[in-house]
Design a protein around this ligand. Structure first.
Ligand code: SF4
Ligand code: SF4
Length: 378
C-alpha cells in the first residue's frame, strides 16, 4: 500500500454502532462487518482505530470485522499510543504489543502519538516516543509515523521543527472551527503545510454537529442543492483542502456510511462559491451552539463520578437551540432524568478537573456542568 490512500476518505472506528446504547464496548459487530464490506466494495481502504475507542474494544472489532476477513495488503490500518495509558517504558511497549495482538494486523500502516497538546508533549518526549516510533518503523512493525494534535499552531510549529521525521499530522478540521479561537483549523492546517506534511482530518462534522444543522443553515445549503446531506458539505469541505490525504468519519450505522460513500466515491472538491456557503453557514451555526463538545468521550473514561458529560452537553445544546425561553419544557428534561438515573447527575461533579485536563476542545467542563445542573435540576 502506498503512503497516500487512493481515496480521500477513511472509516473512523470510534463511534461504532452499539447493541446496548449505554455500553460503548458492546459493539454491533455484525453491522460493522456490513459497513466494512460496503466500504471495501466501493474501493475505500483506510481504517482508523485507537487503544481506548469504543470502551477499549475498537481494536478487537477491527480484527473481527476487517483483519480476519480481508487480505492484509488490501487495506490500511492506523492506531495510536495515548500518553494516559503508560507510566513506564515497559507499559508503553506493552500497549503496542497488545495492539498487535488485539488487531491481529501483524503491522500498522500508520501509527500515531495520540492527541498531542501542551500538557502531554513532555511525557511523549520523556519516554522517547518519537525515536521509539522510528524503531518500530525500522523493525517493519509500523509503515508510517505521525501524530494527532489538539493545540496551537505555535506548538505544532515547534514540534514539527524538532521532529521532521514525522510524516503526517492528524488535525481537527471543519468549516465551523476554521477560524475558531480554540481549534484554529486554518492556522494548524497551514502550519502543517508549511512543514511539507500531509494532513489527516478528524472531526470533519464536529462530532455530528455539522450533520444535523440548525434550520437556517440547512436552508442555506438546500437552496443551493437540495439533494445533498448536511454531512456531505462538511466532509467535502475538509477533503477539498489540497494537502489533506484522508478525511476520517466516525460512522455509527450503515445509512451514514451509504451517504458518505455516495459523494466520496467519485469525490469532487467544492468550488469557491460552495466554500463561501460553508463559511456563511459557520457564522449562523456558531451563534446557535452553546457548548462546542465533539462527543469524543475522552473526558468520561476517568471521571470518578461516572458523569455522562457529552450526553448532558448534547441535550443542553438542543434545548438552547430550541429557544427554551419560549417553550419552558422540552423532552430533554425527561432525557436528563433517565441519564441521571443511570449515571450521575451533573451536580455530582466533585470538581477534580480530570475531564478538563484531557478535553481536546479545552472546554470549561466544570462550569458548564453547573449550567446543565441549573437548567435541569432546578
Ligand atoms: S471534574 Fe467533575 S465531571 Fe470532571 S472528571 Fe471530575 S467529577 Fe467528573
Ligand atoms: S467535553 Fe471535551 S472531552 Fe468530553 S466529550 Fe466533549 S469534547 Fe470530548
Amino acid at each position: 500500500m502506498e503512503f497516500l490512500p487512493e481515496k480521500k476518505f477513511g472509516f473512523g472506528l470510534m463511534r461504532l454502532p452499539r447493541r446496548n446504547p449505554d455500553d460503548a464496548a458492546d459493539v454491533d459487530v455484525e453491522q460493522v462487518k456490513q459497513m466494512v464490506d460496503l466500504f471495501m466494495e466501493k474501493g475505500f481502504t483506510y481504517f482508523d482505530t485507537a487503544w481506548m475507542y469504543n470502551g477499549f474494544n475498537s481494536e478487537n472489532v477491527a480484527k473481527e470485522a476487517l483483519v480476519d476477513r480481508y487480505p492484509r495488503e488490501s487495506f490500511t490500518l492506523a492506531t495510536k499510543l495515548h500518553s494516559g495509558f503508560f507510566n513506564t517504558l515497559e507499559e508503553r511497549d506493552k500497549v503496542f504489543n497488545e495492539q498487535l495482538r488485539k488487531t491481529g494486523a501483524g503491522y500498522f500502516d500508520y501509527y500515531l502519538l495520540h492527541g498531542i497538546e501542551e500538557s502531554m508533549i513532555g511525557k511523549y518526549e520523556e519516554f522517547d516516543c518519537f525515536n521509539w516510533l522510528l524503531e518500530k518503523k525500522a523493525q517493519g512493525l509500523v509503515k508510517h509515523v505521525g501524530f494527532s494534535f489538539h493545540d496551537t499552531p505555535e506548538l505544532l510549529d515547534e514540534i514539527l521543527t524538532k521532529h521532521p521525521e514525522m510524516e503526517f499530522v492528524q488535525l481537527q478540521i471543519n468549516y465551523l472551527d476554521w477560524e475558531s479561537k480554540w481549534i484554529q483549523s486554518r492556522a494548524v492546517y497551514e502550519t502543517a503545510v508549511k512543514h511539507g506534511k500531509k494532513v489527516i482530518v478528524m472531526e470533519p462534522c464536529k462530532g455530528g454537529t455539522l450533520a444535523n444543522l440548525p434550520e437556517e443553515a440547512k436552508k442555506l445549503f438546500h437552496d443551493y442543492d437540495d439533494s445533498r446531506s448536511d454531512a456531505s458539505w462538511a466532509i467535502r469541505f475538509a477533503a477539498s483542502l489540497p494537502e489533506v490525504m484522508v478525511v476520517l468519519s466516525g460512522m455509527s450505522n450503515i445509512e451514514q456510511m451509504e451517504d458518505n460513500l455516495s459523494y466520496m466515491e467519485d469525490f469532487k472538491p467544492l468550488n469557491d462559491e460552495e466554500v463561501k456557503l460553508c463559511h456563511y453557514a459557520a457564522d449562523i451555526i456558531n451563534k446557535k451552539i452553546t457548548i462546542p463538545c465533539t462527543a469524543c468521550h475522552y473526558c468520561t473514561e476517568g471521571c470518578p463520578m461516572h458523569i455522562c458529560i457529552p450526553e448532558y452537553f448534547s441535550i443542553y445544546n438542543e434545548d438552547m437551540r430550541e429557544d427554551l425561553g419560549q417553550k419552558g419544557w422540552t423532552i430533554n428534561f425527561k432525557n436528563y432524568e433517565i441519564l441521571a438515573a443511570k449515571n450521575a447527575k451533573a451536580s455530582d461533579c466533585i470538581t477534580c478537573g480530570q475531564c478538563e485536563a484531557v478535553c481536546p476542545q479545552h472546554l470549561d467542563i466544570i462550569n458548564l456542568l453547573r449550567d446543565v445542573a441549573n437548567h435541569y435540576e432546578k
